[in-house]
Design a binder for this molecule. Structure first.
Ligand code: PLA
Length: 407
């Protein structure tokens, strides 16, 4: 009898706004169904992609009989941590040379954000974090559940489909001194709108003058422009001024290691001594949470990053993914132009990264799912990485119908 269960009062929770789209997609039996919800790269054939260089690294790991399955240290694989810091901050970063950076291996981008959030909630004096409006939906929950008070700063202007730069400066300018500010390093999710270099510089000056603490979320390094260095430009600008910051890195997208859960949290500090004390406390955050991170994915990343040949092969494969996404933007834009779909769709080619923030409303999205079996998040975000030349016409038909038939 259900009423005898000690859990009888449990209320059913809603599905996750992003991962729940895949749950609904999996239940659909239509042969034409298309999942543009979660940001996961697909080939022109619509298949998930394991990079060649990743396969090669895995073979090397498997063939190396000296490798064992012992626990990693609490902070993870040392090589992986060093190489990850170099990747985001640059090989010649003074902060790294001066040992002012501590990097800990975490469970992909999400786990890195959460470990950083838990550390800040325990040790930082200002428990307020500002996140952009809108932002990746999980940010609110990650920081809120860690015990920080979550506030929003203006970011996107639906009228211009661009950055609300004035609003952003006003809101950060009015934030209490010392507040933490979450910044998307590049390829802002869900809007695909990034500040220009000049705007980043102004944001940096404002934040430093007010003592705001930058927390970068870098989930798409290399995916925005195809260049790992260019996509780390914002982060490097903040590190170059000698100030402190946090950075969460994910290898889910840029190395296609989604399910391996590989990422890193770096904290750039003023001195080597502070960095080493920070690291000692990060260990106290991690140990009771999951003890230490998994070894396989981090070994793949370290193998690739430390070998010049493999690193180069990776950058070529990464660029190919970024280019395919960019070409899908053009194809979708052309297909809507050809159909004479009402409205200005130039934002599709202007936006950056994995997603297009279409401007379609919840009703239009629901219509496209019901009538065309196209799955996307209800805020009108589509994953361009899930599109192919074959499916662009289908999507364009669906958008055209939604815009002309649903208000
Ligand atoms: N930060 C941002 C801005 C993200 O978009 C994502 C993933 C992450 C962090 C975390 O990724 P990771 O933990 O897998 O490294 N966003 C995806 C997937 C791609 C998701 O929602 O989990 C998305 O579809 O928005």
């Amino acid at each position: 009898m259900e009423s005898s269960s000690v859990f009888a009062n449990i209320v059913r929770a809603p599905e996750d706004p992003i991962l729940g789209v895949t749950v609904a997609y999996n239940k659909d039996s239509s042969p034409h169904k298309l999942n543009l919800g979660v940001g996961a790269y697909r080939t022109e054939e619509g298949k998930p992609l394991v990079l060649n260089v990743v396969r090669r690294a895995e073979q090397m790991l498997v063939n190396d009989s000296s490798r064992v399955k012992e626990y990693l240290p609490i902070v993870g694989l040392a090589d992986f941590n060093k190489l990850s810091a170099k990747l985001i901050f640059g090989a010649d970063s003074p902060a790294i040379q001066e040992n002012r950076v501590t990097t800990v291996q975490c469970l992909s981008g999400t786990g890195s954000l959460r470990v950083g959030a838990e550390f800040l909630a325990r040790h930082y004096h200002q428990l307020v974090i500002y996140i952009p409006n809108p932002t990746w939906g999980n940010h609110t929950k990650i920081f809120g559940l860690a015990g920080l008070s979550v506030k929003a700063y203006r970011y996107y202007d639906p009228a211009t489909r661009g950055l609300d730069f004035q609003g952003l400066l006003e809101d950060l300018g009015a934030a209490p001194s010392g507040s933490i500010v979450l910044l998307h390093a590049c390829a802002h999710n869900p809007t695909g709108v990034d500040p220009t270099i000049e705007q980043w510089e102004q944001i940096r000056q404002l934040m430093r003058s007010k003592g705001l603490l930058p927390f970068f979320d870098s989930a798409y390094q290399g995916f925005a422009s195809g260049s790992l260095d260019a996509d780390a430009g914002s982060v490097r600008m903040f590190v170059a001024d000698g100030g402190e910051c946090l950075a969460a890195q994910s290898y889910a997208k840029n190395m296609g290691l989604y399910g391996e859960r590989v990422g890193a949290l770096s904290m750039v500090c003023k001195t080597a001594d502070v960095a080493s004390r920070v690291e000692s406390q990060l260990k106290l955050v991690i140990r009771p949470m999951y003890s230490n991170p998994p070894i396989h994915g981090a070994s793949i990343v370290a193998t690739i990053l430390k070998d010049r040949d493999m690193y180069n092969e990776w950058t070529v494969e990464l660029k190919a993914m970024a280019d395919r996404i960019i070409s899908m933007r053009q194809k979708l834009f052309d297909a809507l132009s050809a159909r004479g779909t009402p409205g200005d769709w130039s934002h599709i080619i202007k936006q950056i990264g994995m997603f297009t923030f279409t401007g379609l409303n919840t009703e239009q999205v629901a219509f496209m799912t019901k009538e065309y079996h196209i799955y996307m998040t209800s805020d009108g975000r589509i994953s361009m990485a899930g599109l192919s030349s074959r499916t662009v016409p289908l999507l364009a038909d669906a958008i055209h119908a939604a815009v002309t038939r649903v208000g």
